[in-house]
Design a protein around this ligand. Sequence first.
Ligand code: PMP
Length: 456
Amino acid sequence: MELDYSQLAQWDKDYVWHPFTQMQMWNAADPLIIGRGEGSYLIDIQGNRYLDGISSLWVTVHGHAHPVLTQAIKDQVDKIAHTTLLGLANVPSIQLAKKLVEITPPGLTKVFYSDAGATSVEIALKIAFQYWQQQTDPQERQKKKFISLEEAYHGDTVGAVSVGGMDLFHATYRDLLFEGYKVPTPYCYRCPLGRERDQCNLACVQVVEDIMEEHHQEIAGMIIEPLVQGAAGMLTAPVGYLRKIRELCTKYNILMIADEVAVGFGRTGTLFACEQEGVSPDIMCIAKGLTGGYLPLAATLTTETIFQAFLGEPRECKTFFHGHTFTGNPVGCAVALANIEVIEQTRLIQHVQDLARMLSGKLEGFKSLSHVGDIRQKGLMVGIELVRDKQTKEPYTLEENIGHQVILEARRHGLIIRPLGNVLVLMPILAMSEEQLQQVLSITYQAIKNVTERES
Ligand code: PMP
């Protein structure tokens, strides 16, 4: 039976609780119901086509319904859809782990699978915590806390929220969270330390060093989104920031955890963002683009030193007691392998760099819009911060909901994007053509102009 739009829309309102969504608002509007995807397009059940300007929540690498990725899934399902990694191994998870060790920054040698960005972060935190607990030096066993950024976002599970810092999402849960040290986010447009861009001598790094110097004996690790604090509003860190953090972690014997969930798999113009500053973290989290955006799969990679600290006799209790039912799912691993193969075969990173260059030129044109305060770009990751007043940087209020209005306007012209508060996010599909990206930009430009000029 073919279900019609009004029936499905009603059932959506009756039964589905959408994430990060005020359901009162949601239920007052008609939902856009996607039926299928085709390359860079999402197609709704009434046949309308939309450019996917957010890569279906920052995940899609080669486009929707890509024949190679689809076939990899079909082939694996024909063999086996799931088997456990508890007490058994499976072929794609072995092949993928080997491949991941080959393509990630040097020094990472072991792969622990899970199924979402947040779980990869939970695993990183627990591994870092347990690593220090298993040291013979009693001083080192005191290392139990984490440093993270004030505006960090690492996912929505309790550990990930504890090292997160976005009040809008996280404040409600404060009493549920474990404590750690927070350091200022390099948000150069609105520097939390009140410094001027490019004249600050990375004062925010000094704050990190001060905390590490005083408290390193109790700090297990520092977690950071390399190069771009994504959900915080695409906050691009100054050049050299990440490398300095690496140096400080080494100096103070603190594990560096790189959360590459959003920036990994080509998004910033290199396969992994850490590469751009020659950084090898001690632990790295990957998800989103890992399967090309096709299936939920994540991984946490560690160095050999960390792994070795977990080896011992059963009575020593050094085992990492963590695992999810779908850990190392063979279908997810098979499509991740196909994704990496296509990245290599199509020289996708080169394509991303070419698109990013074109994008940065075109974004210059947005600066003349009277309510565009700041434009931040790294590779194919863009944040356009809208402000009420360009001179004073006065933000729009939450009630004005300006970002939401702009994305609805863009949607009317055939583009799906999402805001983060007053910041419009562009996360084009990495394999998008230059013409399609051009179209994403012109619709966005016009939508900002229409809405902000109507509002002012
Ligand atoms: N870390 C970062 C940097 C992210 O951007 C996200 C998701 N946007 C996560 C972790 C959480 O990933 P997931 O939604 O798959 O749990």
